[in-house]
Design a protein around this ligand. Structure first.
Ligand SMILES: [Zn+2]
Length: 345
């Protein structure tokens, strides 16, 4: 049976509101109940849970700029000491259009806009600890696989794939999928399959020049969906990583047939790359019911996707990314992970 790694620390990341497309949104879509409903549904379906193990910050080496991690760790305290309100949201952002690239400001408010990419990623007192615990979950799953487990699933929150080497955003603070891949990378090549409805710009950027890590993403065409500025087919990596990034954008409204064709193409690319292990960024926001996604994937489509990923027959770490349809989310996770497990035998 697939081990399910869990940790309650995520509950401390519970912002009262965010700003999304110009509107104040409350409650926020990325909230503790997401993990609670998935956890409950998996337990009811017979999956066994276990707690994660703490890892030193060196698991973030090669994933994030240490200065960004240090900022993130102390950001909220500094913000409050400077008189900021309970929810921390940037209002001014660095732009690449500025001559010289701009400069990193000293003030807590200014520094937030240096690192954060948007207004939908609010920070509160427990945010950093939650993101750091998610990294521990993903790394514990990687440890299990390195010790011989066929696969392990980390029930992570907040999601991570929009957090890049020196930026964060899109509900994500630290990139736990990338941390798991980095850990597995010590024992051979790695393929990351990102099935979240949003392009994993952060993961793509972490491994942009890595020739030994294949990054594959299927997502709504970024012309129509966050993160808007990346996820096109002509983004292929660079240097030694030229050709080890592949994006498979899908038109809004794409259903099972188009989605599963993209998963099949991704699986063919993985087989050709022949990695020692696989990381799956499991976004369940591809589901038709999802309030944020623009795809129309059914329960059956997710079951078939789970089976395709299982049939790769590679040691696999699955980490939870997006998925916001609270009434259906638990069942969507059970469906996908059960199908994955069944074909593993
Ligand atoms: Zn997503």
């Amino acid at each position: 049976m697939l081990p399910v790694l869990v940790d309650d620390t995520h509950r401390g990341h519970d912002p009262a509101y965010e700003l999304n497309a110009g509107r104040t949104v409350a409650p926020v879509p990325e909230r503790p109940a997401r993990v609670e409903v998935i956890h409950a549904a998996l337990v009811a379906a017979g999956f066994a849970t276990q707690l994660s193990r703490r890892h030193d910050d060196e698991v973030l080496d090669g994933v994030h700029d240490p200065e960004m991690v240090a900022y993130l760790r102390g950001a909220y305290t500094a913000w409050r000491e400077a008189g900021g309100p309970e929810v921390m949201i940037a209002d001014t952002f660095r732009s690449p259009a500025w001559a010289g690239g701009g400069r990193r400001p000293r003030s807590p408010l200014g520094a937030l806009g240096w690192y954060c990419t948007d207004t939908a990623t609010p920070l509160v007192a427990g945010s950093y600890a939650a993101a750091r615990a998610a990294v521990d979950l993903a790394c514990t799953a990687a440890d299990l696989v390195l010790a011989g487990a066929s696969a392990a699933y980390a029930l992570t929150r907040p999601p991570g794939h929009h957090a890049g080497p020196s930026y964060f955003g899109g509900f994500c603070l630290l990139n736990h999928a990338a941390a798991a891949a980095q850990r597995l990378r010590g024992s051979g090549t790695v393929a990351i399959i990102d099935v979240d409805v949003h392009h994993g710009n952060g993961t793509q950027d972490v491994f942009w020049t890595a020739g030994d890590v294949l990054y594959l993403s299927m997502h709504t065409d970024p012309d129509h969906q966050y993160p808007f500025f990346s996820g096109a087919t002509d983004e292929l990596g660079a240097g030694p990583g030229q050709g080890t990034t592949r994006n498979l954008p899908l038109a809004p409204g794409t259903g099972d047939a188009g989605f599963l064709r993209a998963v099949e193409v991704a699986c063919e690319l993985v087989t050709a790359f022949d990695p020692a292990s696989v990381v799956v960024s499991l976004g369940l926001d591809v589901a038709a019911e999802d309030p944020l996604g623009q795809l129309e994937v059914t329960d059956d489509g997710l079951a078939r996707a789970g089976a395709l990923l299982g049939r790769l027959q590679r040691p696999t770490v699955l980490v939870q990314e997006g998925g916001y349809a609270l009434p259906e989310l638990g069942q969507l996770a059970v469906t996908t992970l059960s199908a994955f497990t069944r074909v593993r035998g």
